[in-house]
Design a binder for this molecule. Sequence first.
Ligand code: ADP
Ligand code: MG
Length: 398
Amino acid sequence: MSSLRVRDLSKVFGPRPQRALDLMHEGLSRAEILQRTGQLLAVAEVDLDIDEGELFVIMGLSGSGKSTVIRMLNRLIEPSAGTVELDGERIDQLGPAKLRELRQRKLSMVFQHFALFPHRTVGENAAYGLKVQGVDEDERRRRATEALETVGLADRSDAYPEELSGGMQQRVGLARGLATEADVLLMDEPFSALDPLIRRDMQDLLAKLQAELSRTIVFITHDLNEAMRLGDRICVLKDGRVVQVGTGPEIIDNPANAYVADFVSDVDRSRVLTAEQVMRAPRRTFRRTDRPELVLDWLEEQEYNGAYVLDDDGRILGVARDDRLARARRDSSGGVGHLLVDDFARAGRDTLLSDLAGMAAHHTVPIAVTDDEGRLLGVVPRARLLAALSNEEADVDA
Ligand SMILES: Nc1ncnc2c1ncn2[C@@H]1O[C@H](COP(=O)(O)OP(=O)(O)O)[C@@H](O)[C@H]1O
Ligand SMILES: [Mg+2]
């Protein structure tokens, strides 16, 4: 089910928006429209489908229209044209009372800055958004405590902000945002003012919380690495228009145009690309009943030192390694099943290349990529990993 559905959303800042919209429909650019009408087409014909539970990132340079888009979602800015639907309800048609309720309960902007009130306790700070929403005191306390638990600060509820480290204060701010009951949280560059270490910490925390709570979050950033770290999907905006929507790896592997390609050219690939994207099928696997000679001959021919041995369901039983096979060939009895060693590294589909890099060094065979049941999906040889990390095409013959 699609939670937020946006169609043809446009915004003109100026007294005669229709004139600018007409020119937009004729295909004129933002700059041309500005020149002809003196009006700024901040957002142009944006379509978005944001899924329930998704952390959806809107990314673009300053002035690309990010804040205008997110503010039109809950009509802090009135759209000039287009529609916004939340679970089938037309937000662009709500009256004032319904709109207020919507902002409190369904589509709320998380505080832009995580600054805390110095004279209120951590608990009171965490509950502040709820107070504004008119939630009663017991409920406020309960939910604030819950939110503080999720950021690991439940035991500091009675402390004052100045008694906490800067990083902890930021966590309280995030807890405050999460304590609100809204289905969809709107976050407009919430971490951009933070120093890099705390920022990293907050990104990790948000990713973790999102994995646990699966709120729908629309998150704005101008920082590509932040977008890649956090976003289930990323929407790239340029001059008010959507140029591409996709997962981080999709955008990196397949940029929609030169603009996006340029944008992503300096991204840290190791923190975006996953094992699934660089693995290849194993050249050959063996069964436990295969004779050592057979495996050894193949290894010699390939100049490999070991091979995976799988059970009937494709799960890894172990590695048949040349030295053990060679010794066993002399006393030659039965299959390789009793000769296997545990000499391999295992990764999941979603393991990041940065994590694969640490696993690659010490084993005879390429890293195994397995599914949840332990079945072998593919392998990542070291050369292939290094090629992917160094920004070459990952289809090298490794
Ligand atoms: N209230 C406003 N009046 C006139 N122009 C505005 C207003 N708000 C934003 N703009 C302009 O609209 C464009 C998009 O702004 P904004 O949505 O804030 O971009 P971003 O958040 O991506 O930096 C910018 O050129 C900005 O100057
Ligand atoms: Mg902005």
